[in-house]
Design a protein around this ligand. Structure first.
Ligand code: HEC
Ligand code: HEC
Length: 195
């Protein structure tokens, strides 16, 4: 056997041995996240957001906001207590990990006619920041995926912004202020439809 082949074999053997160890460690690191946010970040609790389908940069920014105390945890104080201890590497690592999973929209009650109207409102007022295209634009602040998110959580998030527990961009505040309560309901029906 040539020296080169021998070295290659040793390297392959070493990789086979080391990789599963890393994989197990990584899964363990995210067990706590999964307990609250569900397998692959698809939450089964309407008060806890699904974190599947979110971009890594949105998640990293969210984690940092909790970490720095700029975003309040209204539904789980435990969340903010844990976030206060996260390191930069942990926040970047968990964001990269959950960014690989697709959102599986939970079954939610919605009205199709209202959802149809909500879709048009979303496209006119929200999609410039809340879309896959906007999320990939480094010039824009990451905004997050709203479709297929729990309605209870979204209603709560809007209350957080209105009450100052969370900072929103001025343009979003203006967009939300122009909407009637009926239009907000149409939007929430659209996001609940998971389309
Ligand atoms: C004790 C339960 C709990 C644990 C553990 C937990 N989270 Fe959360 N997480 C929540 C809750 C509840 C919220 C919403 C809090 C709020 O904004 O009031 C949240 C919010 C988030 C958000 C923001 C979602 C959005 O749409 O803006 C991200 C991202 C996130 N968590 C990621 C993680 C990651 C990654 C981990 C593991 C390192 C983790 N969480 C651990 C409960 C938890
Ligand atoms: C100018 C860009 C912009 C526009 C327009 C905009 N948003 Fe946002 N939105 C953001 C950003 C940025 C965030 C994340 C802010 C933060 O860090 O909390 C956000 C966050 C949110 C969240 C919280 C998401 C989560 O997972 O916690 C909701 C809900 C939301 N927006 C609803 C809307 C709705 C509804 C509209 C349209 C009426 C809208 N936004 C228009 C930029 C925008």
């Amino acid at each position: 056997m040539s020296k080169a082949i021998k070295i290659t074999r040793i390297l392959i053997a070493a990789t086979l041995f080391v990789l599963p160890v890393f994989a197990v460690q990584a899964e363990d690191d995210f067990k706590a996240c999964v307990r609250c946010h569900g397998p692959e970040g698809n939450s089964d609790n309407p008060d806890v957001p699904s974190i599947s389908g979110l971009s890594a940069r949105y998640m990293e920014a969210s984690q940092r906001a909790y970490h720095d105390g700029k975003r309040e945890c209204g539904t789980s104080k435990m969340k903010c207590r844990m976030a206060a201890k996260w390191t930069d590497e942990e926040m970047a690592g968990s964001a990269a990990h959950f960014a690989q999973f697709k959102r599986v929209a939970p079954e939610q009650v919605f009205d199709s006619a209202l959802a149809e109207k909500g879709k048009a409102i979303h496209e006119e007022h929200c999609a410039s920041c809340h879309s896959a295209q906007a999320e990939a634009d480094p010039e824009l602040q990451p905004a997050g995926k709203l479709d297929g998110q729990w309605r209870e959580y979204l209603e709560y998030a809007l209350e957080q912004y209105a009450g100052g527990g969370r900072q929103q961009p001025d343009k979003m505040r203006v967009a939300l202020e122009t909407l009637s309560e009926d239009q907000k309901d149409e939007l929430l029906n659209y996001y609940a439809s998971g389309r």
